[in-house]
Design a protein around this ligand. Structure first.
Ligand code: SF4
Length: 374
């Protein structure tokens, strides 16, 4: 499997919690799009197999026009080959998804929409400083389905201080009622240097509670599983047949190419990333230089990454794979270290696999780091 991620670094408004690379000014948008097309040409030899996934994220890629999206795809198709069943996702904010815009998106290769709902409740949308309203969140999903998009994933955030448990269940229930086939849900985290961190420090906003996040994670797990969703990764749920191929690619150490400022790539044990500065990205590409930094992953890095990503998934960590890649001694070490999590009931040891139990899922990242080689 191979895939491409394209980062569109523009948003209409800054959400209070966001620490992604973006700008609310679009003054260099055309220069950026030209640089992006040039970067696509410069990286044409990255893959020796057809792309299974293309993911346009950001930022807010849905603010691009249909012509701009098609121009990006023309460049992609000119320089890479695409599998016939290529999953092509675009991230979209609800306020961009009018009926007209969705008809335009239907004329592009996009076949999967990732819609940033976050919450259906006005209080939460205001706390997060989302630009859209409750009605726009509902309409975007309905309009997308009426326009013929069957493959839709919705993003939600839990642990928002304004979101009580009933409101959280209501958010989940609405997506279930609309038969949304994939849901990604993230705990609200307060990243340094965000407006949210500043407001909480100043006492203007209520702080985020770990206990609330843990409780709402449990509620979600139970609720969505009872509605037939598969909890296939800590933050991801899907109806049968609707897992995200692009996500699977990230979690299985397959090669992916990141295009645009701040985008990350991975291939053959090397990771690299473009600078998180759109002006410098444009100028470097203009001089024919890929604006990248990178690192070669050590054997230990690869092991730690495998532990981290595999334990977040429902398939867990394959002990035969650990033995094949890192030797029998490493497997013995892993089992010794995992024994305390197994005895607490947070990890199951089943058929040569370590799988995080439902009781351990909220703690999965901490469990994984407890099993790292340091
Ligand atoms: S729309 Fe997305 S990328 Fe833009 S500020 Fe909000 S969370 Fe960040």
């Amino acid at each position: 499997m191979a895939g491409v991620y394209i980062h569109i670094p523009y948003c209409r408004q800054a959400c209070h919690y966001c620490n992604f690379h973006f700008s609310v000014s679009r003054r260099n948008l055309q220069d950026f799009l030209n640089a992006l097309k040039a970067e696509i040409a410069m990286t044409a030899d990255f893959f020796d197999k057809p792309l299974k996934t293309v993911y346009i994220g950001g930022g807010t890629p849905s603010l691009l026009s249909g012509g701009e999206i098609n121009a990006i795809f023309e460049a992609i198709c000119r320089h890479f080959s695409l599998d016939d069943a290529c999953e092509v996702t675009i991230e979209a904010n609800p306020d961009d998804l009018s009926r007209e815009k969705l008809m335009i998106l239907q004329q592009t290769p996009v076949n999967r929409l990732s819609i940033g709902i976050q919450s259906f409740h006005a209080k939460d949308l205001s706390y997060l400083n989302r630009i859209h309203s409750t009605d726009q969140a509902i309409d975007s999903l309905k309009n997308a389905q009426s326009a013929g998009f069957e493959n839709i994933t919705a993003d939600l955030i839990y642990g928002i201080p304004t979101l009580d448990d009933d409101m959280w269940i209501d958010n989940l229930q609405r997506l279930v009622n609309m038969n949304i086939s994939h849901i990604s849900a993230y705990a609200l985290t307060v990243e340094e240097k965000t407006a949210l961190a500043h407001f909480i420090r100043r006492g203007k906003y209520q702080a985020v509670s770990e206990e609330q996040s843990a409780r709402q994670f449990e509620i979600m797990m139970e609720f969505l599983e009872s509605k037939g969703y598969l909890h296939y990764e800590i933050s991801n749920f899907s109806l049968p047949g609707h897992m995200s191929l692009h996500n699977l690619l990230y979690w299985s150490a397959m090669p992916y190419l990141g295009l645009g400022p701040s985008a990350h790539s991975y291939k053959d044990g090397q990771r690299f990333w473009n600078i998180s500065n759109t002006e410098r990205y444009i100028s470097s590409i203009g001089q024919g230089i890929l604006p990248r930094e990178g690192e070669v992953l050590s054997d230990t890095d690869k092991y730690n990454e495998y532990i981290m990503t595999s334990l977040r998934t429902m398939w867990g960590c394959d002990l035969q794979k650990v033995t094949a890649n890192w030797g029998q001694e490493r497997t013995q070490f892993l089992l010794r270290e995992a024994s305390k999590y197994i005895s607490r009931g947070h990890v199951y040891h089943i058929d040569d696999r370590l799988i995080v139990s439902p009781a351990g899922r909220f703690l999965a990242d901490g469990i994984a780091s407890g099993l790292f080689i340091v």
